[in-house]
Design a protein around this ligand. Structure first.
Ligand code: B12
Ligand code: SF4
Ligand code: SF4
Length: 229
């Protein structure tokens, strides 16, 4: 039975209306346990949906103005609504990065786009730097033919100074990983005002993808969500 309707280009055009982009995709191997597609049978292919810079922000803000005040997880709800509609139109099942149990979005992104993680855990993109994210994945029960991902130039390899590991006042990011609790205590405390107002100082210290850097109000929104402010 065929569920997929349309073309990959048409999916990209439908997502672009809301400032979203296709972030590549791949087909699951025969020996892999794939998540379910629209009918509940294992998916054959996945396409990742995301953002570069803060492109979806204006559309998201307009949507938010039409919602009841203070709805929980508004960005998640907006993503589920607009990407869910695209999934329905093209015969896919949409899943979210916040669905539990967590789906391996970064591993999928590594396969789909050939990216590698920065020392912050965020995947480094040769154009967008650290300023990109994933909003959903579209699961198809049909094989979608996609070009294979090429390994991309990993900017962190040639970055000797690594300013992203030197700007956090509590050294939360290190080669040992991310000290989540230390970060939260600082962000919520008096001295955390710069992180709350303009985002993570370590993430902002990376010189790449500057034209995609989220504006301060967008970073403040994400920080408030992360720290439960
Ligand atoms: C849980 C989680 C966290 C936890 C990490 C706890 C832990 N040690 O696992 C916490 C709350 C700390 C966290 C923080 C952030 N996160 Co986070 N997080 C997730 C989430 C929802 C699940 C991760 C997971 O367990 N996946 C399941 C496993 C099986 O999948 P995986 O691909 O193998 O998972 C990888 C990650 O777990 C990663 N990882 C492990 N520890 C950490 C810590 C950080 C900070 C990051 C970015 C990744 C990371 O390593 C794994 C191997 O690649 C993912 C979305 C998703 N579904 O993957 C987002 C995700 C990884 N986070 C993301 C981001 C951007 C962040 C933040 C940097 C920004 C923010 N959300 O405000 C913050 C950091 C706060 C700051 N100081 O600025 C993005 C990364 C995008 C990218 N370009 O790569 C994701 C993909 C969400 C998205 N919508 O795009 N996060
Ligand atoms: S500062 Fe250097 S090491 Fe850190 S994320 Fe940017 S390019 Fe990578
Ligand atoms: S948000 Fe602030 S406290 Fe947390 S890792 Fe970034 S700079 Fe450090």
């Amino acid at each position: 039975m065929t569920f997929f309707r349309g073309t990959v280009e048409e999916i990209a055009a439908a997502l672009a209306v809301n400032g979203l982009i296709l972030r590549g995709g791949f087909s699951f191997g025969d020996d892999e346990v794939a998540p379910a597609g629209p009918s509940g049978a294992p998916a054959k292919s996945v396409l990742l949906v995301g953002q570069a810079g803060a492109a979806p922000w204006p559309d998201f803000q307009r949507w938010r103005e039409r919602q009841a005040r203070d709805i929980a997880n508004p960005l998640d709800s907006w993503s589920r609504e607009v990407i869910g509609a695209v999934a329905k139109e093209f015969g896919a099942r949409a899943v979210s990065p916040s669905d539990r149990p967590y789906l391996p979005f970064q591993q999928w992104a590594i396969r789909a786009e050939g990216l590698k993680p920065s020392p912050l855990g965020i995947l480094m993109h040769p154009t967008y730097g650290l300023w990109h994210a994933y909003r959903a994945a579209l699961l198809f029960e049909d094989e979608i033919s996609l070009p294979e991902a090429h390994e991309m130039n990993h900017l962190c390899d040639a970055c000797v100074e690594k300013p992203c590991l030197k700007s956090c006042p509590v050294g939360a990011y290190s080669v040992a990983g991310f000290a989540h609790e230390a970060c939260l205590v600082h962000v919520r405390g008096t001295d955390g005002a710069p992180c709350r107002a303009g985002g993570c100082l370590d993430r902002n210290a990376c010189p790449y993808g500057a034209e995609y850097r989220y504006p301060a109000d967008v970073q403040a929104f994400h920080m408030a969500a992360f720290a439960g402010l």
